[in-house]
Design a protein around this ligand. Structure first.
Ligand code: PEP
Ligand code: MN
Length: 337
């Protein structure tokens, strides 16, 4: 981190600042130009806030050289991380497809969707039991009963399950869930992230509607700092000025995250698009851009779905998409196992 001092900064205050920085454990690299003095901080600056430093009246500006996330940073961990989900690997060339309905609605729906997506080649089963809905009057999910139905459908089809948690109070209910999803709206629910950091199971962390990649990686860092390094990132579209579709899929995030972090990257084209006709091209784009997996909403009767029917594929559509996904994954030198 580099601190640029104001011209004619009070000498006593400068000395004071330097003493304080040394007390924090930094060695200082000082350089004095004709008009400006610059202090380079050598040491772990992840605990230092740029804004707190900027608030000091003798400081003109502060620039961070090293990213504030460490465990998620590729510089600290050059090799891609591979996460094992009940024998199915994701990352470093291993690709996974997570499919299922937006929300668990009934035993019949869950079993039918699970059976069909499994037949088409999806390895992991999704379904929301606790739903983060914009309106409190919309279907909120079947809660405990939904979790039970998802667990049963997963078990009878031999598929690990992925489902969203919204409240720290529910952690115990998720004991048998294979991958816990943190939805876009909870990406910065730091108390939830800290608690998930104490678990020993993979966390699928979705990018917030209006969050930067740095913020996403800092949220991953919250989970990893607690000891749980099994974090899978998920790009699911962000809010932009464009309103022709539900969100704008940030394809650029994939190669950039690949550069910044070693964590696996999944793309959710369903929530990005909001409309089923866009799911296939966005899924293909995600594979081409280097994603390690896809999360796709599938419903046996999308017109009657209690949540996100417009973006849900029918099992037939998903089946023909899976043929293309398998071809594209192979073309890009990855494998679904
Ligand atoms: C979901 O996956 O069902 C969901 C609610 O997604 P997001 O948090 O990305 O909106
Ligand atoms: Mn949904």
């Amino acid at each position: 981190m580099i601190i640029i001092l104001k011209q004619n900064a009070d000498k006593n205050k400068v000395e004071n600042l330097k003493e304080n920085l040394k007390e924090l454990g930094f060695s200082l690299h000082e350089s004095r130009g004709e008009n400006t003095e610059i202090i380079g901080l050598v040491g772990d600056t992840s605990k230092v806030s740029e804004n707190d430093l900027r608030a000091i009246d003798i400081i003109e500006n502060v620039r961070r050289i090293q990213e504030p996330y460490k465990k998620a940073n590729r510089k600290m961990h050059p090799k891609d991380t591979v996460i094992d989900i009940c024998g199915h690997k994701i990352g470093a060339g291993h690709f996974q497809v997570i499919a299922g309905p937006c929300s668990v609605e009934s035993e019949e729906q869950m079993n039918e969707v699970a059976r069909r997506v499994k037949l088409s080649g999806a390895m992991l089963l999704r379904g929301g039991a606790f739903k983060p809905r914009t309106s409190p009057y919309s279907f909120q999910g079947l809660h405990n009963k939904g979790l039970d139905l998802l667990l049963k459908a997963g078990k009878s089809n031999n598929m690990p399950i992925v489902t969203e948690i919204m409240d720290t109070a529910h952690i115990e209910l998720f004991e048998n869930v294979d991958v816990i999803q943190v939805g876009a709206r909870n990406m910065q629910n730091f108390e939830l992230l800290k608690k998930l950091g104490k678990l020993n199971k993979p966390i699928l962390l979705k990018r917030g509607l209006a969050n930067t990649l740095d913020e996403l990686l800092m949220s991953a860092e919250y989970i990893m700092a607690g000891g749980n390094e099994n974090v899978i990132l998920c790009e699911r579209g962000i809010r932009t000025y464009e309103n022709a579709y539900r969100n704008t899929l940030d394809i650029s995030a994939i190669p950039m995250l690949r550069k910044l972090t070693h964590l696996p990257i999944v793309v959710d084209p369903s929530h990005a698009a909001g409309m089923r006709f866009m799911v296939e091209p966005l899924a293909m784009a995600a594979i081409a851009a280097g994603a390690d997996g896809l999360m796709i909403e599938v419903h046996n009767n999308p017109e009657k779905a209690l949540c996100d029917g417009a973006q849900s594929l029918t099992p037939e559509m998903f089946d023909s998409l899976m043929v293309k996904i398998k071809g594209a994954v192979e073309f890009f030198g990855k494998k679904i196992d």
